[in-house]
Design a binder for this molecule. Sequence first.
Ligand SMILES: [Zn+2]
Length: 385
Amino acid sequence: MTIRGDLLIHGGNVIDPGRDFSGKADVLIQGNRIVDVPQGETVEAEKVIDATGYLVLPGLIDYHTHVFYSGTAIGVHPDSALLPQGVTTAIDQGSAGVTNFDSFIKTVVNHSQVRIFAHLHASPAGLATLTRCLEPVDPKMFDLESMRSLFEKYDRQLVGLKIRQSREIVGEWGLAPLEATVQMADKLGSKVRVVVHTTNPPGAVEDLVSLLRSGDVFTHVYQGKGNNILTNDGKKVCKAIQDARSRGVLFDTADGRGHYAFSVARAALANGFEPDIISTDLVRGSLFERSVFGLPLIMSKYLSLGISLQNVIKACTSTPASLIGMNGKIGTLASNAYADIAVFQLKEMPLLLQDVFGEVITCSQVFVPRMTVVNGRVVYRSLEF
Ligand SMILES: [Zn+2]
């Protein structure tokens, strides 16, 4: 029997951690879906693209981005910033709060080819006040009723709450903003996750992480400002963090320009403490800059720090897909999934990367984006491919 489709990506090295698959394979698309090609069947397609020698991956999911470009100073334009990097889904982490979330949906989410999901900032105006002044976090201002109506109205796109717990943001409030955010998430429903920003936290990391529930996300896991996830001697991951992982708390890199330290990442990885999620924390000032550039560069960084190719890809595909309730629909090349695909060249190329503490590492292999497909349509392709 011959199986027909619209687009065939032929002969690439497919890595699809969601199905535990890795090997040379064809990927066939019909309409906006992936079509299963059983071994030994012949395939015919309107258009065939030869991907021999290239990596063919599920479209990448960047779990920590800021894409509210029309309403914040830090937001990037999702289609122009992400599609050329193989990123087909973005989760916006708290750019908008209850006062401006409608505007985010109407001006950005509804007009983007990138699939956009979001965590609502507990602070009412989200990150609209950045970069001149930090968001206010007095828990009395958090508006549960407005949150509830937004979660009902946008139940597909809104997947959780966001709060930032840095000393310079929370001041005398200490851990109270996080405590209030977790309580509100509990009231909003069982699937509402809390993502917490953890640079320079007030007090011990142990106290902060003890507030997180199974399914919540500790973001900027390898950050090095103030207290971090390591024991005082900087050699081991502290017990409270290990315990949090055992009870289902997840850990995201969200590197940003300064939210990681190679010393912390190296010590954690030496202890086998890999991130669940690899993401960028991309903002306008770091897009296409060496500090972040985009998700493929962050993936290259973790590959060179020793995480396996399979695990790096899993942390940007099937894991974040399951966190936003899209398991099997995106972040995989399984039959009937949305046809979101990213083709990369894994190029041998020395690239120096520096953290804000001055430490430099050299990446030897870099993910270079060559083609991106969203919903069955080619939305980016490099001329060389
Ligand atoms: Zn962020």
